[in-house]
Write a protein that binds this ligand. Structure first.
Ligand code: URA
Length: 237
């Protein structure tokens, strides 16, 4: 009846056989209706497959967020991608927003000095924030915004896989340790952070944000004690 395999293949395709010979039930109507939803799913799947920061950058850049509306530049990270130490701040401020680099303003300069005091060069550390866009008027990111960007932060931690996380301020502590407790209660102790994709837990220390230390220098003594704890662990490693 058919002159060639090609004709037979065309007949099968035209009969629609390829749409029902599938392992999972196929609801064509639903698939059409959910086309935009499945587009979102593709992005989520892509993030699972990512193993390098460079592939994460376009995904975060394209992520639609209200925070983008008032910000100038996305601020993702700077420093050493192979570092044992990852520092997580809150969100970019004005200078970070202008330069697209985290911790370059006054708080960043204090951070550099704090690190140098324990013999750590800022260039050797991976530095990032909970939120990559500057919130309007430098306000604290809302819980909703923290949750919105948490998958991207978790992905960065999984890719960098540092030995130590140093969390600066309550926003970073909230995001990573899932706790509303104050810095006074959280600091001075080691915690562990883990996800199903990490080989082993990461040691976590929480301390005061350098911007807070600039406003309240009487907390510098505790911040110094936290830095010494970090230095001890880094030296043991
Ligand atoms: N404060 C932060 O939390 N992050 C920055 O990058 C700058 C200031």
């Amino acid at each position: 009846m058919f002159q060639s395999n090609k004709e037979y293949n065309n007949f099968l395709i035209q009969s629609g056989v390829h749409t029902f010979l599938q392992e999972t039930p196929n609801n064509l109507l639903e698939n059409q209706e959910n086309q935009s939803k499945s587009q979102e799913k593709i992005d989520v799947k892509k993030i699972d497959e990512i193993t390098v920061i460079d592939d994460l950058i376009p995904i975060i850049t394209n992520h639609e967020s209200a925070l983008k509306n008032n910000a100038k530049k996305m601020v993702l990270y700077n420093g050493n991608l192979n570092s044992n130490l990852m520092i997580i701040g809150e969100a970019p401020g004005q200078e970070e927003d202008e330069q697209g680099i985290p911790f370059v303003g006054r708080a960043g300069q204090l951070l550099n000095k704090m690190l140098l005091a324990i013999n750590v060069d800022r260039k050797d550390v991976y530095v990032t924030n909970v939120v990559p866009w500057r919130p309007p008027q430098n306000r604290t990111p809302t819980d909703q915004e923290i949750l919105e960007f948490l998958p991207f932060l978790q992905k960065q931690i999984e890719i960098i896989n540092p030995k130590f996380l140093y969390l600066l301020g309550t926003t970073a502590a909230k995001a990573i340790l899932s706790t509303p407790l104050s810095l006074g209660k959280l600091r001075g102790k080691w915690y562990e952070y883990n996800t199903p994709n990490l080989g082993s837990p990461i040691n976590v220390l929480v301390s005061y944000h350098p911007a807070f230390l600039l406003r309240s220098p009487n907390y510098k003594k505790e911040a110094w004690s936290d830095l010494k704890m970090l230095q001890k662990k880094l030296n043991e490693y």
